[in-house]
Design a protein around this ligand. Structure first.
Ligand SMILES: NC(=O)c1ccc[n+]([C@@H]2O[C@H](COP(=O)([O-])OP(=O)(O)OC[C@H]3O[C@@H](n4cnc5c(N)ncnc54)[C@H](O)[C@@H]3O)[C@@H](O)[C@H]2O)c1
Length: 329
């Protein structure tokens, strides 16, 4: 059994908590928030959890083996470093840190101390994203040519980070995972319309060493919720719509073949439109699998699928996108 502490009981932390307390590998669960009202409100819903207002107390005197951090982004680095200095395994919500330098330091510290460090790239534990990874790896789509991704909705505006740092970690983590690569080129274009100085819409372009390109659109300023990714391969095409209740993933047997010219300079294009197939997806809660992965890796000494290193890769791309946005190039 693993004794765990969870800091941050705002919007997201209680979701982690709900999946921790039902996990058979979790022993004592101690919850922490410096907001006393919030700590007590959540504490009443989970009466078996011990409570503390102090993160220092959580890592020094609560006898926990691991700490989960679901606080605002700027606090990820100091809290994770303090927890690791006290010998705790750490799970850090996305984005792993607010700079690539800090993310690198966090990964290195965990590795040098033999501690598990994991980032909350939740989508990588979701049935459609796992299924798409299998489809891409099987070669069914052929060579991946390009990916477009839309993650837009009305709100929730963040006060401390741009829409890129808030929403793009999801798309970046999925795309990097499917392609098994980080981008060799990143550029972003965007604007802040509601809160001055905080971009609320951004279009990010990426290029990967395999030749694939991607475009990620993120915004808190849109009339309806879109969560749509299109992957175009040399053989088939795939659409992943996370707002669909049932058929979230569809594979289209569509493409264009170039017919060899019979005479010099004459070529023909053959457009192929075949079947549309929607694979049956498993049904489980991604967060439950994510919590299981963290606790299992602590018990077995394994490396999580979403290790600190994958968190670092995403932060590196976020930082480049932000720099491109700021520089206007
Ligand atoms: N994986 C996902 O899909 C997903 C979804 C939403 C949010 N998140 C991430 O979760 C994290 C938290 O986001 P949120 O929207 O819940 O934030 P929030 O502002 O709603 O909550 C943060 C909480 O942390 C507490 N806190 C901050 N610093 C503290 C400290 N030093 N000691 C004790 N308590 C402290 C605050 O009092 C607050 O209750 C962010 O990194 C966010 O990006 C992840």
């Amino acid at each position: 059994m693993v004794n765990v502490g969870l800091v941050g009981l705002g919007y997201w932390g209680p979701n982690l908590l709900r999946n921790l307390v039902t996990n058979r590998r979790a022993g004592r669960v101690v919850i922490c928030d410096r907001d006393e009202g919030r700590l007590n409100r959540i504490g009443e819903r989970f009466p078996n959890c011990e409570r503390t207002l102090s993160f220092r107390e959580l890592v020094t005197s609560c006898d926990v083996d691991a700490v989960l951090i679901a606080t605002d982004v700027s606090s990820h680095y100091p809290l994770a470093m303090e927890a690791m200095a006290a010998g705790k395994h750490v799970f850090v919500e996305k984005p792993f840190a607010d700079t690539a330098g800090k993310a690198e330091e966090m990964s290195e510290k965990a590795e040098s101390m033999g501690l598990v460090n994991m980032v909350g790239h939740t989508f990588l534990y979701s049935p459609p994203v796992i299924a798409i990874k299998g489809i891409v790896d099987s070669g069914e789509l052929g060579d991946i040519r390009f990916i477009t991704s839309n993650r837009v909705n009305l709100g929730l505006h963040q006060k401390d980070v741009s829409v890129i740092w808030d929403l793009a970690p999801h798309d970046f983590s999925m795309i990097f995972h499917w392609l098994d690569a980080e981008p060799s080129f990143v550029e972003a274009f965007g604007s802040g319309y509601v809160i001055e100085g905080i971009p609320d819409v951004a279009f990010v372009n990426l290029r990967f060493p395999c030749g694939a390109i991607a475009n990620v659109q993120v915004s808190w300023l849109a009339p309806s919720k879109l969560r749509k990714t299109v992957i175009v391969g040399s053989r088939k095409m795939l659409v992943y719509d996370d707002t669909e209740p049932y058929e979230k993933v569809k594979i289209y047997d569509k493409g264009v073949d170039v017919i060899e010219p019979e005479t010099f300079g004459e070529y023909h294009l053959a457009y192929r439109t075949g079947d549309i197939h929607s694979p049956k997806l498993d049904s489980f809660e991604p967060l439950a699998v994510e919590m299981e992965e963290f606790l299992r890796c602590i018990e077995t000494g394994g490396t999580p699928k979403t290790s600190g290193r994958s968190g670092l890769g995403v932060v590196r791309a976020l930082e480049l996108a932000d720099a491109s946005l700021a520089a206007g190039r």
